[in-house]
Ligand binder design. Structure first.
Ligand code: BES
Ligand code: MN
Ligand code: ZN
Length: 513
């Protein structure tokens, strides 16, 4: 990943190919702020000021202007923050993304971003939160220039040019706070890169066995333990759903168990569950050919859970955290499960396979039942579970369902802060009849109406006595169009959300253990 640091140097002396200065639109404050910033760039601004009127550059949101001052070798990039009263943490991320992508466009290796002077932000609610500002700038810059270049053989095109981003401390800000923010961002950006890499990887690279290997390597590197059940172990554990889905593939399933224990006494025990379908062809209820390659990302939930585990030790989180990933391929070999099959899951409950393409819930059923063994306080599952949630919420909100309002509230707030937003959908009992089976305890498909909800209701049949939240990330994990700091493909959604939830849960007003 790109190196990240925060430092206090006069801007003109920042060692960078591009120096980005963020400028608010409100002109009065603007001129004031520049004068006060004592960046060492005053002379430069003096010399360009005659030409620098609102027609050339007004500081509108994400507007850019590149200057080539003779005083320094660096290019000077002005990026508009928009009107100060409209400024948010998300806008800071997006502006930092503009800076980073513009710098990459100029083939820059190093980028310095001047953290906006607190007084420039005085109209906003976060004027004195240098830590959050540092984190937002770092996240926006680093996440925006992610590239899955591994399989591109031309070295020029394989990587982005950018090697390092400095967040440069302005006069008003606290360097220590800014450093805490960039360090926090460094950890979570690295995790997001990992999740994106895993989900973007082709399905001939990532299948259950290799996903498990990657989880192990991640655990060794970031300080959590990993145990993997192979097919035999899965059979012994009576995970009927995992076995049923795996039968259609030559690739045997894996069940990945990750565990992080805090050094201090634990606050709560939290289990994270991620859907790990490394390729979803739909099985016998086969999917249409168009766009099927997207289904290599049907393990995005698993990727988010593996990646979220990796922030626990670096952040010294106070919780006992367990990550569970059932990993399978959903194909249609001769031994594949068939519509009509009945499966007995780990907890003894049975399900009727109405549609083999509703495979995610079959493997999650076993994992959620398995989670009860840990007597967890909270269980959160992430799954690219339904196309229905994409129809309902598109690509900008994750569908959230669950049995505990407090945990859902905490997740909603973490979602607003990280902008990985979640939206609560109801689990009214009236929907239950859609998944009623005539011959088994439950049926794995509830038809088209409220498909995301009936999927959650299916999962609910398999949970234990714990507080549970289900996140359907089908729309937010897989993007066919780039956003400002999320390139198209695998977004890595869930990583920042889970990390933020885990980081703040014990201090949240919703917390009870
Ligand atoms: N992995 C898919 C859901 C999905 C669709 C994820 C689009 C990402 C983008 C899931 O396994 C699936 O096929 N779900 C079915 C369920 C149905 C058969 C009840 C669906 O949503 O159509
Ligand atoms: Mn499917
Ligand atoms: Zn699937």
């Amino acid at each position: 990943m790109i190196a990240l640091s925060a430092e206090r140097v006069p801007l003109a002396k920042a060692k960078a190919d591009v120096i980005a200065v963020l400028v608010v639109e409100n002109a009065e404050t603007d001129a004031e702020a520049f004068r006060r910033q004592r960046t060492g760039l005053e002379r430069i601004f003096e010399s360009v000021k005659p030409g620098l009127n609102a027609e050339v550059f007004a500081g509108r949101f994400q507007e850019t202007l590149t200057l080539f001052p003779t005083e320094t070798n660096a290019k000077l990039l002005l990026v508009g923050l928009g009107r100060s009263e409209k400024l948010t943490m998300e806008r800071l991320r997006r502006v930092a993304a503009t800076a980073a992508k513009t710098a990459v466009g100029m083939k820059a290796k190093t980028l310095a971003i001047a953290s906006p002077d607190a007084r420039m932000l005085s109209n906003t609610t976060f004027a004195d939160d240098s830590e959050a500002i540092g984190a937002a700038l770092a996240e926006g810059a680093v996440l925006s220039v992610y590239k899955f270049g591994k399989y591109i053989t031309d070295a020029e095109k394989r990587n982005t040019s950018l090697r390092r981003v400095h967040i440069v401390c302005s006069d008003g800000a606290s360097l220590a706070a800014l450093q805490r923010g960039t360090e926090r961002a460094r950890v979570v950006c690295e995790a997001t890169y990992l999740a994106r890499d895993l989900a973007n990887a082709p399905p001939n690279e990532i299948y259950p066995a290799t996903l498990a290997q990657r989880a192990k390597a991640t655990g060794r590197r970031f300080g959590f333990s990993v145990k993997v059940l192979d097919e035999q172990g899965i059979r012994k554990a009576k995970m009927g759903g995992v076995l049923a889905v795996a039968k259609g593939s030559e690739q045997p399933p894996r069940f990945i168990i990750m565990e992080y224990r805090p050094r201090r006494r634990r606050r709560t025990r939290i289990v994270l569950v991620g859907k790990g379908v490394t390729f979803d062809a739909g099985g016998i209820s086969i999917k249409p050919a168009g766009g099927m390659s997207e289904m290599k990302m049907d393990m995005a939930g698993a990727a988010a859970v593996i990646a979220a585990m990796s922030v626990a030790a670096p952040w010294k989180l106070p919780h006992h955290i367990i990550g569970l990933v059932p990993a399978v391929e959903n194909l249609l070999g001769g031994a594949a499960m068939k519509p009509g099959d009945v499966i007995t899951h780990l907890n003894g409950k049975t399900s009727e396979v109405d549609n083999t393409d509703a495979e995610g819930r079959l493997i999650l059923a076993d994992a959620l039942a398995f989670a009860a063994r840990y007597e967890p306080d909270v269980v959160i599952d992430l799954a690219t579970l339904t196309g229905h949630v994409v129809v309902g919420l598109g690509h900008h909100a994750t569908g959230m369902m669950g049995n505990d309002q407090e945990v859902m509230d905490a997740l909603r707030e973490a979602g607003e802060r990280t902008y990985e937003r979640v939206w609560h959908l109801p689990m009214f009992e009236e929907y239950e009849k859609q998944i009623k089976s005539d011959i088994a305890d439950v049926k794995n498909s509830g038809g088209r109406p409220a498909g995301a909800i009936t999927a959650a209701l299916f999962l609910k049949r398999f949970i234990g006595r714990y507080r549970w939240v289900h996140l359907d990330i089908a729309g937010t994990a897989i993007l066919n169009e780039s956003l400002d700091y999320i390139p198209k493909g695998a977004s890595g959604v869930g990583v920042r959300l889970l990390a933020e939830f885990l980081r703040t849960w014990e201090h949240s007003e919703h917390f009870r253990s």
